[in-house]
Design a protein around this ligand. Sequence first.
Ligand SMILES: *Cc1c(COP(=O)(O)O)cnc(C)c1O
Length: 393
Amino acid sequence: MSSLPAPLNPPNRILLGPGPSDVSPRILRAMSAPTIGHLDPHYLRLMDEVRTMLREVMRTKNELTFAVSATGMAGMECAVSNLLERGDELIVCINGVFGGRMADMAERQGIVVHKVEAEWGQVFELAQIEDAFERHPGAKAIGIVHAETSTGAHQPMEGIGELAHKNGALLLVDMVTSLGGTDVRMDEWGVDACYSATQKCLSCPPGLAPVTFSKRAEERIASRKTKCVSWYLDVSMVRDYWGSARSYHHTAPINMTYALREALLMILEEGLEARFARHDLNHRALRAGLEAMGIEYVPARSLPMLNCVRIPPGIDDAAARKHLLDEFGMEIGSGLGPFKGKAWRIGLMGESSSRRNVMLVIAALESALAAQGSPAKPGAGPSAAQALYGSRG
Ligand SMILES: *Cc1c(COP(=O)(O)O)cnc(C)c1O
């Protein structure tokens, strides 16, 4: 090579998009610990600790709980490909990008997909799900997204598990964005398989996908007539690595496991309730500030960690986001699908969910809008957010 690239020197950013979120220095330090063998007794102990803490954060007693060695989409693929076989029927609830991906993924595996759709930004009512089971009594499972990151809609989960089980189906849930940022109650909600990812509210770098499978799901997997279509994601083999057999399946990403372990530890140190309250408070303050600037939310029932808002009329999407990045080192997300150019997605996930970031993003947006000649009253956003924090000073 005639000239080598410069040594690595990525900029410091404030990550307020749909993921990755900011990573705590404590987690980055954990990742820089010495790499050891993936069958080293010390590493095996760390894996056990990860499983134990994951169960606590997921509020489940499920034995089959571990982290897939890949990102959230692999978690989705793991859940879909293990629970269902070619020809099986699956109901998929679609109200945004990720439900759509689940349907596409299942169809590629020869699974018969029945789509139930809701408008983007809306959530599903129980009656709609009940109706889907009436129309498709042969469905072996139903898939739904708890936190639809493309629209910010927060799906209520109560009653869906009961409906699924009454109809002989398993409940498969995408909790990629919700885990660690708002309550997820795997066992109480009757969830049979769920997956998440490290880079959203767990606030790690991307690279692992926590998953959990219920006893019901394990029975389904044990009674399969065909092998899982994916070798890498076949839980009947992966479980022998994470379980007591400890047999080699693949080389786990050791240092990512350090990161996830530290992240889970930080969550439990903070306390689940305190963590959810923090996400909720910062969301409400951001919302108060944005609404005072005349910026409206897209979903009726917004997630606390993902704020999907309409771009004000006359404002250029790309120019505003460039302003945030260039002037403030701040990243927010653009709209997806029908929301492209029409919405912004402001993430307040994990480490990123802080009063500092709420005040910064409101002030930065005020500056970006002013740069484009918006009439928003200066100071309205920050003071509305500030008022919400109230006596906290
Ligand atoms: C981010 C996300 C995914 C995909 O995860 P990757 O880590 O990007 O593979 C899946 N579902 C939802 C709801 C997400 O927000």
